[in-house]
Structures are given as C-alpha cells and as structure tokens.
Design a binder for this molecule. Structure first.
Ligand code: MN
Length: 387
C-alpha cells in the first residue's frame, strides 16, 4: 500500500458516516470527498461503505474495488454477539491478466517518452565551392588545473562545455560548405593512460579523475561535435592527429568514431595511424600533424617532399599544427604553416614557467579556387553567447 495523504486518511476515518456528513466534517463537497476515497483506494486502502440502515454491509459487492492489479477473492468477517459484522477484511489476490496489462501499458507509456536519436538531416543549398575546416587546437581533455595554483580552473566538465560552445558557435557562423573537415590537431586527450605521464618525455601530468571517464567524455564529445557539424554540412571528414600526450588514445578515438559512424556515409574518419594528414580540395592542399616531431620551420621541406604531385597540382598549401598552444602563421616558399591556439588552460607547470596563450577555436573557409577567404574565431568570452 502506498502512503496515504493526511486528507485521504481523514476521509477513510470518516467513511463509516453518511457521505454528506463526512464531506461536511471535512469542509469539502461530496464530490471531492468521493474523489479522496477513490484516491485512497487507488493507493491500496480497502474502503468500506455502510448500508443505509447503519449496519455494515456484509457482501463483497459492497466493498469498493480492490486495488488495480488485484482482484477480490473473498472476505473474512468478525461477527459480534448481535450477529452483525463488526469488522471485515477483504482478501485480495494478484489479477495476473490485469498485472500483465498494467506492465504493458507502463512500458508503452515509458517508451512513448523516449525520443529516438535524432537523425541529422542533410542540409540543403550547399556550396561545393568552399570547404570549411574546424581545427581543434590541443583540447587536452582530462587536464586538471586549479586556479589557486595555475591561475585558471580547468577540468573535464569545463573542457566539454567550452568545446560544445565553440563548435556550436562556429558552425552557426560559417557558410554552407558541402564538406567540412574537423581537424583535431592532437593532444585531444591529456593523458594516454593511467600512469599520467607523457610517453616519451615522462613528464608528470595533472589529471582530472579516472582515465576511463575522460575517455568516455572525450569520445562522446567528439561524436556530438560531428553530429553538430552534420546539421550544417553534407559531408564531414574527421581527422585525429596523434599528439605527444595521446599517441595511442588518439588512434583509439578514431577507431571508436569509425565504429560509431560505420553506417553513416556522410562521415569519413581519415588516416588513423599515419601521423600526417593530407587533404586536397580544388587548388587547396592541407597537411597536418601535431607539431612535436617535425619543427614548424621544416614543414615546407617535408610537405613538398612527401606530396610532390599534390604540390604541383595545388596553389594554396597549408600546414596546420597544434602542440605549441600559441598562435603563429608563417609563409615559406609556397606553404603557409599555421599553429593554432587551444581552448584548454595552462597546467601548473606551464603557468609557473610563464607560458600562457590565447584560448580560442577557429573555423577557416577555403575557396576551391582562391584559397582561404574567410575565418571565424570563438574566443572563450563568447561562451556566454552560446549557453
Ligand atoms: Mn602537444
């Protein structure tokens, strides 16, 4: 029996009285009194009614219905010396058919509230003449910074909130290119495993929580970013550069994304183990790697050496890098090398060492003939616009 309300209990106590009298004592209408009794019954309370002669009625017909899902199987009575029934217990049993029906109805009701995953519709009026690139500079999901020590607070929740806001903002602003490239420049995850040290240098890492939780948050976040991009672009190419913080987890992320979007021909997950990403669009060529292995100043030689045919076919050549967190754009003999800022904060060591960069995320629009024609910036100050 569920807990009765005080008013239901009072109504029950008065149920031996004529209904009009009981309602008057409770200061409510007969109709409302009847409702109270009905609700008490629904909560499982057996409710009696007195016969008009003032004696308790003896047949189960006079007992209001058993609680839903139960059926009355008999009564047990206490008979006084005068032969009248003083008290009566109603024996109920589970009504299996009705219970099945209730379970079925409950399921149908619950299911009707569950919305299926929204199938992202392909947008209309798309331009084949532009390509939008969303470089994600070193997101460092899983980094923990405490403002008392590092000047700024940062953790998984903050990283996730900022990234969602940035991607939503930029996708709202950019033109309707048919194809977009989500280019994770590397160090998407702060730690590659639970040792909480970088693989090569062995630097100690300040981490937020458990590694598996960070993986789950980061992977879901990237899936969500891709889905946001699918609302704007017909084709979404995704690349995850392995960084010095996440040489393995970047690959695991890419594999997870391949599985998640296996049945969606609109999403292409590119080159999982190769540290270099290559993409050609009209007269544009994009090469990207994290930036920890090849010095930015060497990129012109590497790109022309690795991709000589594409170098010959294209006119606007870009090398997009992360790793350094500060912004830098240089042009060197036919290649523009650009290092992007990040949305992540500094950790304690970088703060103590005097490194701090602007925190933002950008979107670049490349024209099929003319190269870069537009760019948009989400700085963290714009976050409030996107809540
Ligand atoms: Mn790095």
């Amino acid at each position: 029996m569920e807990k009765l309300t005080k008013r239901q209990q009072k109504a029950l106590e008065l149920s031996e009285l004529p209904r009009a009298e009981a309602a008057r004592l409770m200061g409510i209408s007969e109709r409302n009194y009847r409702r109270l009794l009905e609700n008490a019954r629904k909560n499982g309370a057996p409710v009696y009614r007195k016969a008009s002669n003032g004696q308790a009625e003896t047949t189960i017909d006079n007992v209001l219905e058993a609680p839903d899902g139960y059926k009355v199987k008999g009564t047990s009575s206490l008979v006084g010396p005068d032969g009248n029934i003083k008290q009566q217990w109603i024996k109920t049993d589970i009504d299996k058919e009705r219970q099945e029906q209730i379970i079925k109805e409950t399921f149908i009701k619950a299911i009707s509230k569950v919305k299926p995953l929204p199938r992202v519709k392909s947008p209309k009026k798309l331009s084949k003449d532009t390509l939008t690139v969303y470089p994600m500079g070193d997101p460092h999901i899983g980094l923990y910074a405490w403002s008392e020590e590092a000047g700024e607070d940062f953790d998984c929740d903050i990283a996730e909130k900022n990234m969602r806001a940035a991607v939503s903002y930029l996708i709202e602003k950019t033109p309707n290119s048919e194809t977009a490239v989500i280019l994770n420049l590397g160090d998407y995850f702060h730690a590659d495993n639970q040792l909480n040290r970088t693989q090569r240098a062995g630097n100690a890492l300040d981490v937020d929580g458990r590694w598996a939780r960070v993986q789950m948050i980061g992977t879901q976040l990237m899936i969500d970013c891709i889905n946001i991009a699918l609302t704007k672009h017909k084709q979404v190419v995704v690349r995850n550069n392995p960084g010095n913080h996440d040489p393995h987890t970047a690959q695991a992320l890419a594999i997870s994304l391949s599985c998640a979007f296996r049945d969606n021909p609109r999403v292409i997950i590119k080159g999982i183990p190769n540290p270099f990403f290559f993409y050609e669009f009209g007269k544009n060529m994009i090469v990207s790697c994290h930036g920890d292995m090849v010095k930015p100043a060497k990129m012109q030689g590497v790109v022309s050496n690795y991709y000589p045919e594409a170098w010959g076919r294209t006119e606007h050549r870009y090398a997009f890098l992360g790793h350094f967190h500060h912004e830098n754009r240089t042009e060197d003999n036919g290649l523009i090398t650009e290092i992007f800022n990040t949305l992540a904060s500094s950790d304690a060591w970088h703060h103590a060492s005097g490194y701090r960069s602007k925190r933002n995320m950008k979107a670049l629009v490349l024209d099929i003939e003319d190269g870069e024609v537009e760019r948009y910036t989400f700085s963290l100050k714009r976050e409030s616009l996107c809540s």
